[in-house]
Design a protein around this ligand. Structure first.
Ligand code: PGA
Length: 250
């Protein structure tokens, strides 16, 4: 699908459960440097204990988000973070349904949708992560998995102009060094955009869809050259400030 709406590329680093206060400060400073005079938007997803430090360090030069949020605003949910808390800190984004949350922590499509709705309620932009496992791809179930994961969220999210970002992250490509080819990623992104377009063509045209899964300095340009790929969600390479700066300025 072609569009006349320009979509500013978003290059985001997901630190997962890595870092110390000293590293978080150094990585944030490097990302802020990479964000200066950059046509791309740069974002960081630090572990929750470092959010405040990173927000202070980047001072608005980089967008900051949480790695997950709960489906409730508050309550007896030990260990969880609410979207309201992330918004209160000054976050812009929150990852919803990252594959590690789905497959290690057991978050269901319904939970992820509820978390994304919470994010929207509190003025955060949900970064809805979707992606198929290797056995699903081999069984040619990729489209049905993506459709199921996306539809669950679209059914409960407020309509445009409420902001939304989607991240396509095939599970088999995350942290494995086996990145999807740009062609395969583009096909999945076009499919996701088409699903959104069936409900709201205008939202689909402006929607940023990020690719994630073993993105490195030497493959990021290939993704960004694809018409439906609007940025990247970067795990491992975001822990190397030089590599992340190269990706962020691609
Ligand atoms: P990776 O992780 O870049 O290390 O593959 C991506 C992600 O999990 O967001």
């Amino acid at each position: 699908m072609t569009s006349t709406i320009s979509r500013r590329p978003l290059l985001a680093g997901n630190w997962k459960m890595h870092g110390s206060t000293a590293e978080a400060r150094a990585w944030a400073r490097a990302a802020a440097g990479a964000a200066a005079d950059n046509r791309n938007e740069v974002a960081l997803f630090p572990p929750a204990p470092f959010l405040q430090l990173v927000l202070a360090e980047v001072d608005g030069a980089v967008s900051v988000g949480g790695q997950s949020c709960h489906t409730n605003t508050k309550g007896a949910f030990t260990g969880a973070t609410s979207a309201a808390m992330l918004a209160d800190l000054g976050c812009t984004y929150v990852l919803c349904g990252h594959s590690e949350r789905r497959h290690i922590f057991g978050e269901s499509d319904e939970f992820v949708a509820g978390a994304a709705a919470q994010a929207a309620t509190h003025g955060l932009t949900p970064v809805l992560c979707v992606g198929e496992k290797i056995e699903e791809r081999e069984a040619e179930d990729t489209q049905s998995v993506l459709s199921r994961q996306l539809t669950a969220a679209l059914d409960v999210l407020p309509p445009a102009p409420h902001p939304l970002v989607i991240a396509y992250e095939p599970v088999w490509a995350i942290g494995t060094g086996k990145a999807a080819t740009a062609e395969d990623a583009q096909a999945a992104h076009a499919f996701l955009r088409e699903l959104v377009a069936r409900r709201d063509p205008e939202r689909a045209a402006g929607l940023r869809i990020l690719y994630g899964g073993s993105v490195k300095p030497d493959n990021v340009a290939g993704y960004l050259a694809c018409p439906d790929i609007d940025g990247a969600l970067v795990g491992g390479a975001s822990l190397d400030p030089a590599a992340f700066a190269e990706i962020a300025t691609a």
